[in-house]
Design a protein around this ligand. Structure first.
Ligand code: BGC
Length: 721
């Protein structure tokens, strides 16, 4: 019974995704365009003003075509300001599951809630910031600094969301990599880096038929993104064939006509946060009357917005907007699974984990318990008090409930008859009495960040450094001085420097618990007790020193001097030893790899296909299949994320290895199975700036398959003539 209903849902989802039809949507949009007045057209492209409607963004209804007041609401992990919705796991933690099915299901469940609340556009997912600066405040909203992993997560999320009829929004387009000066700075970079690193995941979003894109606050090579013809028209609409609409980030507009003629389609929220500075509305109307903005451009804006609305079937039976609707359903299953499967085991000396019915456990740290002021006490989660589940800012949601580590561990300990002592404080003075005589001590440390309009403990959005907060290093030292079996649990928005922690010989295990949202404690207990075998892998590099990344938040403009060499691409290129490399994560079992087989004969040269959503059609064709066999050689069931990295011919001047495939495979002990990586033409192409085209370079490609970016188990080569 259960099983067949799951299959039905899966089938319905797949067919809904397959039925998204831009041509049909455009036909309907054209018919409606003929019926709306000029005034309606202006209203459809202009927000009604900040705080003038039920959602963070609203436009006016057009009754002649039954077009509603469009509701646009944050954000990337669920519905902001809802009172009866779930707070899904943040993007960065979803990325660390490397699990396509969970990514897609999360998107679907978020959208079911969104639709239930009558919201038309959910403002996510995020792949800008990509995360080139490890301290960047909003990196946790997206899926990490590897464009390929970002791209897959974007596509899965968008397809999941749009399968239930909600418009997704790929944001922030593009190069908004830090919070400091985000509304004044220019991101200056070369065309190749733009294509191969930052545009890449947005291409996946467009290929997945994303309905809308949000242009970002910053400038690109000196021109505001929301009036940048290169970004909006050349890249997004022409090169990627984007058929939906571009909206501004909230008040990221700086002009009337230049924005309109560069490709902007909708302004949000339609006034500044004080009700002034309206660039569209009546000003756009005048600009069209005077001929400064062609009527055809206004019509194109409206057509794109209406087409997206029709594309998702929102013209019939869409629920009325109600942010208080109870929409939670049983979606917390995805939150727990994602929180659990995104947890990365970094160290497990002497197999101290999983716990085996300990007689006594000592728990230490303020992050072991829920914020004593309440789980939602801080506006937009703008504090790091108590257990951490997400960063702060507009990309947050209220928790409907919150299970902290101590709650879940206590419940589990009761069943085992384990005595628990707890010091829910970061003070080192109460440590020894708490952990004395315990079989193991679990110490909780954190690092938080968020959006720049809120400053938390002196961090103005971006993190000040990569050290644990609240003197976490000293806390770990104190615990390690008082107990021989220390398990460090880290809840963090991104990399943290762990050298002090690792210098304590009594630190036997490190559990990288990431950002698990409301299922924080439950997911942790699943891993600590071995009810689930850890299967997460790092979606970024953990360095030995913050300087090793070679990128950081800058005070003025950012010249992107690192080019293609972001995160592991730099560590590999410059021979820098990371502490824990991109893609790393251990398990309670072991996996072996064998029998690599490389199949395919791609030819060199440019992609030439007709432009479809996402770029030239042939770029998206599978040209290569690589298979390997993986065997679970350990004692327990587990899942391995097999990763495929491509090394391009030397002439291509690319980073030594680039992720171009991954598959997560669950295996019983002793079992083996094959994984197949299907590489698209795009996966072996580079951007040729002169030809303004993707080309497959001729020469020898190295194919590496392994358990992380540095734990390569099988290699093969591919000769491209
Ligand atoms: C953020 C966007 C968000 C918008 C509306 C902006 O400050 O950058 O991500 O969607 O506010 O809340």
């Amino acid at each position: 019974m259960m099983r067949s209903s799951i299959l039905t849902v899966a089938f319905a989802t797949a067919s809904a995704a397959a039925t998204l039809d831009w041509a049909a949507a455009y036909e309907k949009a054209n018919a409606s365009l003929a019926k709306v007045s000029q005034n309606d057209k202006i209203n459809i492209v202009t927000g009604v003003g900040w705080n003038k409607g039920p959602c963070v963004g609203n436009t006016a209804a057009a009754s002649s075509i039954n077009y509603p007041q469009l509701c646009l609401q944050d954000g990337p992990l669920g519905i902001r300001f809802a009172t009866n919705a779930n707070a899904f796991v943040p993007g960065i933690h979803v990325a660390s599951t490397w699990d396509r099915a969970l990514m897609r299901e999360r998107g679907q469940f978020m959208a079911e809630e969104t639709k239930g609340a009558g919201i038309h556009v959910l403002l996510g997912p995020v792949s800008g910031p990509l995360g080139k600066n490890p301290t960047g405040g909003r990196n946790w909203e997206g899926f990490g600094p590897d464009p390929y992993l970002q791209g897959i997560a974007m596509a899965e999320t968008i397809e999941g969301m749009q399968s239930v009829g909600v418009q997704a929004n790929a944001k922030h387009y593009i190069l908004n990599e830090q919070e400091l000066n985000r509304e004044t700075m220019s991101s200056n970079l070369d065309d190749r880096t733009m294509h191969e690193i930052y545009l890449w995941p947005f291409a996946d979003a467009v290929h997945a038929n994303v309905a809308s894109v949000m242009c970002s606050y910053n400038k690109i090579n000196g021109t505001w993104t929301c009036e940048n013809p290169y970004a909006l028209d050349t890249l997004l609409k022409k090169e990627l064939g984007f058929q939906g609409y571009v909206m501004t980030d909230w008040n990221a507009q700086h002009s009337t006509a230049p924005a309109a003629t560069s490709g902007l389609d909708m302004t949000m929220p339609g006034s500044d946060f004080n009700g002034g500075s309206i660039y569209w509305g009546s000003k756009l109307s005048q600009a069209v009357s005077s001929g400064e903005v062609p009527q055809s451009r206004l019509d194109d804006m409206v057509r794109r917005i209406l087409a997206a609305w029709y594309l998702l079937g929102q013209d019939s039976g869409y629920p009325a907007t109600n942010l208080d609707a109870d929409v939670q359903g049983t979606h917390k299953t995805n939150i727990r699974a994602t929180a659990r499967d995104g947890t990365v085991l970094l160290k497990n000396e002497g197999n101290i984990l999983p716990l085996k019915k300990p007689a006594k456990l000592g728990l230490v740290g303020s992050a072991a318990v829920v914020n004593p002021q309440g789980m939602n006490a801080c506006t937009d989660q703008g504090c790091n008090t108590g257990a951490l589940g997400m960063g702060w800012g507009s990309g947050t949601a209220s928790y409907p409930y919150f299970v902290a580590p101590a709650d879940a561990i206590k419940a589990r300990a009761e069943a085992d008859g384990t005595e628990i002592s707890l010091s829910a404080s970061d003070s080192t003075s109460s440590v020894s009495s708490t952990v004395d005589g315990a079989d193991a001590a679990i110490v909780f440390i954190t690092s938080d960040s968020g959006e720049g309009y809120i400053t938390v403990e002196d961090n103005a959005g971006d993190r000040n450094n990569l050290d644990p907060w609240h003197n976490g290093n000293d806390l770990v030292k104190a615990v390690a001085a008082a107990n021989d079996n220390v398990i460090v649990v880290v809840h963090a928005v991104g990399p943290v420097i762990l050298e002090t922690v690792l210098a304590q010989p009594n630190v036997k295990a490190i559990v990288w618990a990431g950002l698990p949202s409301q299922e924080n404690g439950n997911a942790l207990v699943d891993i600590l007790y071995g009810d689930a075998n850890p299967s997460g892998k790092l979606p970024y590099t953990i360095a030995k020193s913050a300087d090793d990344y070679g990128t950081s938040v800058v005070p003025g403009n950012d010249d992107y001097k690192e080019g293609l060499f972001v995160d592991y691409r730099r560590f590999d290129q410059d021979g820098i030893e990371p502490r824990y490399e991109f893609g790393y994560g251990i398990s309670y079992t072991n996996f072996t790899y064998s029998d690599i087989f490389v199949d395919g004969r791609p030819t060199s040269g440019p992609a030439t296909g007709a432009i479809i959503s996402g770029g030239p059609a042939d770029l998206w064709e599978t040209v290569l299949t690589v298979t390997v066999t993986i065997t679970n050689t350990g004692e327990v069931q587990g899942a391995e994320v097999a990763q495929l990295y491509v090394g391009f011919p030397e002439s291509a001047a690319t980073p030594p290895k680039q992720l171009r495939g991954f598959e997560k495979l669950a295996l019983e002990p002793g079992a083996k199975d094959n994984v197949a990586f299907e590489l698209k033409r795009r996966d072996i192409s580079i951007w040729d700036t002169e030809k303004q085209s993707w080309i497959v370079p001729a020469g020898t490609f190295n194919i590496s398959v392994g358990s992380s970016s540095r734990d390569i188990r099988q290699t093969g080569t591919l000769e491209v003539p």
